[in-house]
Design a protein around this ligand. Structure first.
Ligand SMILES: Cc1cc2nc3c(=O)[nH]c(=O)nc-3n(C[C@H](O)[C@H](O)[C@H](O)COP(=O)(O)OP(=O)(O)OC[C@H]3O[C@@H](n4cnc5c(N)ncnc54)[C@H](O)[C@@H]3O)c2cc1C
Length: 498
């Protein structure tokens, strides 16, 4: 321990729990009074708050705003010099059901259908009560965002949906609105200040946070709660190697603070984890992708097929783009071409972010008047590419897919179409990790749950840091969605509301 830390009254000395004999949850300790993984609260704090929120992404702002609404003193810590994490660079799809926008377009959706779809796409591995919490709180979150002035641009169909329910926003606008709202509600936002340990009081409750650096710690009390909203761990190679070594071949595009800090902090107090094995990469990115806003296209949900370097299909293209990602990473050079014709391109050009047009302009999508010429440009065997398309078209005509069983465009929506209207297009694509959708176990009140199925007193979590919402795969819009929805719930429950 550094001298600085001693000077601050912050110690890691042996620690005897005085609980009057009551069981204390989430604590690992060995004989002789030596304590591991537990940081004792300091005698005095540098800063005091009712609620400490760790990480200024969409979950953090949502939690901070709702905790502050009760009059609580809320401090939101952000380790980076900018707010927003993955939220601010995301694709802007938010999954809501039963909205006025859907109704205006004649789309019939409901909580029940959303619940069923989320469980189905998650392979029923997701935790029903967490999915129910999403479903129960989603519409109110949509309405809340509208009240704040969030502009929903359009609705689209995407991975795992039986009806169009991706409500698109500009994420940077949303984060700016949330930041302003947090200020209005009196939340103190502290930038460039990473939290690195939680501190526990003598009753076994999480009582605050040790932030700053280990050399120069700054302590923050949390009289009511600490809410972890520090996002995922896509940029932490050690954690990825520990939980999902198969993802080593995938690129990662994420908020720059996504190192799993909060996960480790909660882990030290016995937090259980969920869905780590199902962390997946999303298929549809350019091979040299830097952002989702310019380098990502989902033509296969418009009717494209996906072929490998041998010119063969290798997957049912209507599956979640995460499952398609698994299949693509197993192909030569971990890639696949999205292959389509002029009619499918026409539909894909309606992408509100204009990605297809941009990729074409930059020469990342190749095209040719015949499949033979396209195969040359793709550097794949022309005979095999032509055979693949011919077989696929024949299957579509018969109303089936003899190779992979594709019966829809995406999930249970739409009918596959033939690829027969020149010119033809190919977009060489790969899979990128956009988030680690497994993480800390929480209950439907967002309380962190330990390995003995008990809540860790005083500790809450929301957003990408949690596991259990998605199961084996996720429905588009439910990650950004759960950050806002569960953040809201965490902020309220942490101060004793709802
Ligand atoms: C390119 C891309 C596209 C995506 N598109 C979509 C989409 O269209 N729809 C969808 O549903 N999901 C999408 N996702 C996933 C979704 O954006 C995220 O899961 C969600 O926004 C995460 O929100 P969050 O608030 O939990 O975490 P983040 O937004 O990542 O925020 C976490 C914050 O915590 C900070 N932090 C980390 N450690 C500490 C620490 N120790 N102390 C203090 N602060 C810390 C980080 O710097 C960051 O600011 C996408 C993700 C990416 C990367």
């Amino acid at each position: 321990m550094s001298r600085d830390m001693k000077g601050k009254g912050y110690t890691r000395r042996s620690f005897i729990l005085t609980t009057g004999g009551a069981a204390v949850t989430g604590i690992l300790y060995a004989g002789g009074g030596k304590v591991f993984g537990v940081t004792q609260k300091p005698d005095t704090w540098d800063n005091e708050a009712d609620v400490m929120v760790i990480g200024a992404g969409s979950a953090g702002f949502s939690a901070a705003i709702h905790a502050a609404e009760s009059g609580a003193k809320v401090i939101l810590l952000e380790k980076m010099p900018v707010i927003g994490g993955s939220s601010i660079i995301c694709g802007g799809a938010l999954c809501f059901a039963g909205t006025d926008m859907q109704a205006a377009e004649g789309i019939k959706d409901s909580n029940e259908l959303l619940y069923d779809d989320m469980m189905k796409v998650g392979g029923n591995e997701n935790i029903p009560s967490l999915v129910q919490a999403y479903v129960d709180n989603q519409l109110a979150t949509y309405e809340w965002l509208k009240t704040l002035g969030v502009n929903f641009l359009k609705i689209g169909i995407a991975s795992g949906m039986s009806v169009p329910r991706s409500h698109y926003v500009k994420p940077a606008d949303v984060l700016a609105i949330l930041r302003d709202e947090a200020r209005k509600k009196g939340v103190t936002l502290v930038m460039r200040t990473p939290a690195h340990r939680l501190a526990m009081d003598e009753k076994g409750r999480i009582a605050g946070v040790i932030a700053g650096t280990m050399k120069k710690p700054v302590t923050y009390s949390a009289r009511k709660a600490v809410i972890l909203t520090s996002g995922g761990f896509s940029l932490n190679k050690d954690l990825l190697a520990k939980f999902v070594p198969v993802m080593a071949k995938a690129m990662a595009i994420n908020g720059l603070g996504n190192h799993g800090d909060g996960l480790k902090m909660a882990w030290a107090y016995g937090a259980d984890i969920k869905d780590m094995a199902y962390i997946k990469a999303t298929f549809g990115f350019d091979l040299e992708a830097k952002t989702i806003s310019e380098d990502f296209v989902l033509m296969f949900y418009q009717g494209a097929i996906i072929v490998n370097k041998e010119g063969n299909r290798f997957v049912d293209e209507s599956l979640s783009y995460k499952l398609v990602g698994d299949a693509a990473l197993a192909q030569k050079d971990a890639m696949g071409f999205q292959l389509y014709d002029a009619a499918i391109r026409e539909k894909g050009m309606s992408d509100p972010f204009g990605r297809t047009a941009g990729l074409e302009k930059r020469g990342r999508i190749v095209s040719a008047p015949t499949l033979t010429e396209l195969a040359q440009k793709m550097n794949v065997p022309a005979d095999s590419l032509e055979r693949t398309v011919k077989e696929y078209n024949a299957d579509v005509e018969k109303g089936g897919d003899s190779k992979f069983g594709r019966t829809t465009l995406v999930a249970s929506y739409g009918k596959p179409v033939k690829i027969d209207q020149p010119p033809f297009y190919a977009f060489p694509s790969t899979a990128a990790i956009l988030g680690t959708y497994g993480g800390i176990l929480i209950n439907d009140k967002t309380e962190v749950i330990n390995v003995f199925e008990e809540s860790v007193p005083g500790l809450y979590a929301a957003g990408e840091i949690i596991g259990g919402m998605h199961g084996v795969a996720y429905m588009t819009g439910t990650a950004f969605g759960k950050a806002l929805i569960l953040g809201r719930l965490a902020g309220k429950t942490a101060v004793g509301g709802q």
